[in-house]
Design a protein around this ligand. Structure first.
Ligand code: SAH
Length: 257
């Protein structure tokens, strides 16, 4: 299970914090680190010293430019946020998240992304709207923002405890639930392709006005992310959009009777 967890840091400005995250991850047995548009160098004296022996994670980190790229193959994406945002989204505590992980990680193609934001401004709404759920560490409401590495430590610790509990469970139970899961999970990249198609179709049929979006696409994202469609269902949804596109084009090209 732990090998299916990816820690994603977006726009980190202090290399020392990346080192602190590497240490926290390695302490808890996590090894997959992705860095989205880090500001400045990753391998510095400061990051190596804060990694305290976990600097192999800094060297093996996957550096990319966008969140979509970092989580393209992920089947469950969770964004860590210190604040609540305007549009409410499914919210988990680190413990609730950890308890979901054995189920989320069961299938072979399962990959879970734990996404953390910038030290100064956290995650943008656009980034948070790409997540199935948000995780909030219940802190003092007047002083809610943890240091980045400390936030990773808390979430990674809960994941480790859930993994230890799973190890202690009887193998028969794990096997029985394995058999229940026979459907293919959808990747982030497939879902993003669907959202692009959905927005195009809704615009083409005049239901959506990109100049007056009124949170429509964010609400649609929340709906589909909550539903957790299976691959076969997403194929049907794509088929419906393609048929809608065709019907709309046929209607506009048909000569008036
Ligand atoms: N000043 C920023 C917080 C930055 S802390 C803001 O107000 O949004 C850097 C990152 O650590 C955050 O983006 C978040 O991913 C994580 N983090 C910090 N405190 C957290 C908390 N209480 N719960 C969940 N994540 C937290």
């Amino acid at each position: 299970m732990l090998e299916r967890l990816r820690t994603v840091l977006i726009g980190t400005s202090h290399p020392g914090n990346i080192g602190g995250v590497a240490r926290a991850m390695h302490n808890m047995g996590l090894g997959d680190l992705a860095l989205v548009a880090p500001r400045g160098e990753v391998i510095t004296q400061d990051s190596i010293s804060r990694a305290s022996g976990a600097d192999h994670l800094l060297h093996s980190a996957h550096v990319c430019q966008t969140l979509d790229e970092a989580v393209a193959d992920c089947t469950f994406v969770v964004g860590a946020s210190a604040r609540s945002r305007t549009l409410p989204w499914p919210m988990l505590s680190p413990r609730e998240l950890a308890h979901r992980l054995p189920g989320e990680c069961r299938q072979d193609n399962a990959r879970v992304a734990l996404v953390f934001g910038r030290e100064d401004s956290g995650l943008t709404n656009d980034e948070l709207h790409r997540c199935h759920a948000h995780v909030h560490i219940p802190t003092n409401t007047d002083f809610s923002s943890l240091n980045l590495a400390a936030a990773v430590q808390v979430v990674a610790y809960e994941c480790r405890v859930a993994w230890l509990e799973q190890q202690a469970a009887t193998p028969d139970v794990a096997c029985a639930s394995d058999q229940r899961e026979e459907t293919q999970l959808v990747s982030h990249a497939d879902l993003e392709r669907y959202f692009i198609h959905l927005e195009q179709t809704l615009t083409a049929i005049g239901f959506h006005d990109p100049d007056k979006p009124r949170q429509l696409m964010a609400r649609m994202r929340r709906l589909y992310l909550r539903a957790r469609p299976q691959q076969i269902e997403l194929n049907i949804l794509r088929g419906i959009l393609t048929a809608t596109d065709k019907a709309a084009t046929d209607q506009t090209t048909q000569p008036p009777r």
